[in-house]
Design a protein around this ligand. Structure first.
Ligand code: SF4
Length: 178
């Protein structure tokens, strides 16, 4: 099961996983994306692209804004809380539908802190009987830009949450950035 943060990142990661022989099912679970219009835009971009590559995707379309902001503010590092939430929910769904392995498109980004990502994935894997596949997809990052441009996909200018939108424009480093 592949946790998908957005369609552009999924392009090259899907190719990478399929080339390694994996049968991939996607899961779009990103309640941190702010504002709702941006969330919808990323969701729609994936819905438009996934059928063209015959990728089955399960979509989490709820938008629990208050709970999410609370969760991001409660932890010591909001990005770790955000990664952990996404990994736990992916592991839970994989377990529910009988998929024994999960990973995330998040690790295609050279801007994310891979140590934190890996820790979040391993922690989620410990909670349930589902293995976490850590794979450093950063080598596919350029390819993802290329593929998403060719597909005419919407490419977002910031990570997702309201804090990252501020950080992007005020040039502040997010706590989950490497
Ligand atoms: S910057 Fe990105 S990873 Fe960090 S909390 Fe915001 S959406 Fe999540």
């Amino acid at each position: 099961m592949l946790h998908i943060c957005c369609a552009p990142c999924a392009t090259a990661v899907l190719e990478n996983l399929r080339n390694s022989g994996y049968d991939v099912t996607g899961y779009f679970y990103n309640p941190s994306i702010h504002p709702w219009k941006e969330f919808k835009r990323r969701l729609d971009a994936l819905k438009e692209w996934a059928p063209s590559v015959e990728l089955p995707v399960i979509y989490y379309e709820e938008y629990p804004l208050e709970d999410n902001i609370r969760m991001l503010l409660n932890g010591d590092n909001r990005c770790f809380s955000c990664f952990a939430d996404r990994m736990v929910k992916t592991a839970e769904l994989a377990f529910e539908v009988g998929i024994g392995l999960f990973t995330s498109t998040l690790s295609v980004s050279p801007y994310q802190n891979h140590e934190l990502l890996r820790k979040a994935g391993e922690k989620a894997s410990d909670l349930l009987d589902v293995r976490y596949l850590y794979r450093d997809f950063r080598g596919s990052y350029r390819k993802s830009i290329e593929l998403s441009r060719v597909a005419g996909m919407y490419r977002q200018p910031y990570c997702g949450c309201v804090f990252s939108e501020r950080d992007r424009y005020l040039k502040i480093k997010s706590p989950g950035q490497s």
